[in-house]
Each structure stands twice: as structure tokens, then as C-alpha cells.
Ligand binder design. Structure first.
Ligand code: AP5
Length: 208
């Protein structure tokens, strides 16, 4: 299973990826998680990425593409992967195609989790993330239900940044829907339903 997840910020890509990873044991490659870990570690990459992320802008392609290349080549990703948050623009999509072709692999599907912008704003302003394991929940989760860690609000989940992220999505990432439709691998689910219902549909459209 080699899948790309598409959808606006807060559409539920990470939530659905967590389910697929738990059930099918494939690698979850989330560029947002990898970049946040780099920021936390104050690595060279993290220092370069932080200001872009805080403002809701895309981190420069070169940094993100190198990060994904390394991860795709790791042992667990060879058994299958869910790419979450990558590609984010056409240049990244073209680079992914050529990297996979070099590795003798290809995508089985690009899955759009479709949710209207007004739902997104509410979801992101109430989202909480585990500082320890990265679990995604809501403000109802005082501690992480998975590991008991501290839940916090991401810096880019503040209202002014959310709107900017949505604008960036519309201008740079939404065109990928047509890109993958043109490649004949686009699948889509209505993400504005309870998580279990969305997940059942995800498995159905992916033939799992
Ligand atoms: P990233 O971490 O990828 O953020 P994003 O795409 O904006 O996606 P989110 O993580 O915000 O949302 P999601 O769709 O995963 O939703 P979730 O499942 O959490 O990127 C962050 C930043 O990193 C970017 O702005 C950029 O700066 C940089 N970056 C990352 N990748 C990059 C790239 N390739 N190139 C350049 N820069 C890059 O759900 C959201 C909330 O809704 C949660 O609270 C969840 O519990 C809830 N929820 C989920 N599903 C449902 C449902 N069905 N019903 C009700 N609530 C739900």
C-alpha cells in the first residue's frame, strides 16, 4: 500500500493515517510531524523551517524533498507507506514521482479527504496534540489517551495562521487534485462525518 493523502489543513489526514497505520502496519510519513520534531530538536533543518511553519507558509521544497527521500528509503517504508502532508505543490509531486520511479515503486492511490473550510476552522482551533507521541485529539483530551502525555495547542493552530494555511492550501496544494486525477489514481471521501464512518469509506475506496 503506497498512498498519498490529500486535503486541507485539519481535514483529518493525520487522523485517518493513524488508523491505517495501526491496522495495516505501514509507515506513516508525515512531513508536518517530521518538521515539528526537527524544530523541537533545534536541528539545522528545524531552525530553517520554524519561521515558515509559525506563519503557516510552506517550508522550501528542497528541505522537505530531501526529508521525504530519506524516509522513503528506510526499512519500514519499503513495506508500504502513507504520505501525509506531502506532496504540497506540483514541484513536490513531480519530485515524488521521479524518486519512486528510481526506487522501482509507484503510488497505488491519492486519497482526498474532502471537508469544507468552515468545518476546518472549528476543528483546528479545538485540536490538541500530544507533546510526547504526537497523538491528535481535541480539547476534550486533557491528557493523551494513548500514552498519558501532555496535550498542547500547535503554534499554527491560532485563528490568524489557520486562515493563511487555508489560503496556501487553495493556491498551492488544491491543484494536486487535478494532477492525480490526470494520473488516474485520485480517490475521494467525504471527511465531514464521524471518524469511524470516514475510515470505513477510506478502506472501501482503497479496496482494503
Ligand atoms: P501539517 O502538519 O502537514 O499540517 P496540515 O496539512 O495543515 O494538516 P494538519 O495536521 O493541520 O491536519 P490533518 O488533515 O492531519 O487533520 P487532523 O487529523 O490533525 O503541516 C504543518 C506545517 O508544516 C505546514 O503549514 C508547513 O509550514 C509545513 N509543511 C508540512 N509539510 C510540508 C510540505 N510538504 N512542504 C512544505 N511545508 C510543509 O485533524 C484535525 C482535527 O480534527 C483534530 O482535532 C481531529 O481530532 C479532528 N478530526 C479529524 N477527523 C475528524 C472527523 N471526521 N470528525 C470530527 N473531527 C475530526
Amino acid at each position: 500500500m503506497n498512498i498519498v493523502l490529500l486535503g486541507a489543513p485539519g481535514a483529518g489526514k493525520g487522523t485517518q493515517a493513524q488508523r491505517l497505520v495501526e491496522e495495516f502496519g505501514v509507515a506513516h510519513i508525515s512531513t508536518g510531524d517530521l518538521l515539528r520534531a526537527a524544530v523541537k530538536a533545534e536541528s539545522k533543518l528545524g531552525r530553517a523551517a520554524k519561521s515558515y511553519m509559525d506563519e503557516g507558509k510552506l517550508v522550501p521544497d528542497k528541505l522537505v524533498i530531501d526529508l521525504v527521500k530519506d524516509r522513503l528509503d528506510s526499512d519500514d517504508a519499503r513495506r508500504g507507506f502513507i504520505l501525509d502532508g506531502f506532496p504540497r505543490n506540483t514541484a513536490q509531486a513531480v519530485s515524488l514521482d521521479s524518486e519512486l520511479s528510481e526506487l522501482g515503486r509507484s503510488l497505488d492511490g491519492a486519497l482526498l479527504v474532502d471537508v469544507a473550510p468552515e468545518v476546518i476552522v472549528k476543528r483546528l482551533s479545538t485540536r490538541r496534540t500530544c507533546r510526547n507521541c504526537g497523538y491528535t485529539g481535541t480539547e476534550a483530551d486533557v491528557t493523551c489517551p494513548r500514552c498519558g502525555g501532555e496535550m498542547y495547542q500547535r503554534d499554527d493552530d491560532k485563528p490568524e495562521t489557520i486562515q493563511h494555511r487555508l489560503d496556501v492550501y487553495q493556491s498551492q496544494t488544491a491543484p494536486l487534485v487535478d494532477y492525480y486525477r490526470g494520473h488516474g489514481i485520485l480517490k475521494s471521501v467525504d471527511g465531514d462525518r464521524p471518524v469511524d464512518e470516514v475510515y470505513a469509506d477510506v478502506k472501501k475506496v482503497l479496496g482494503l
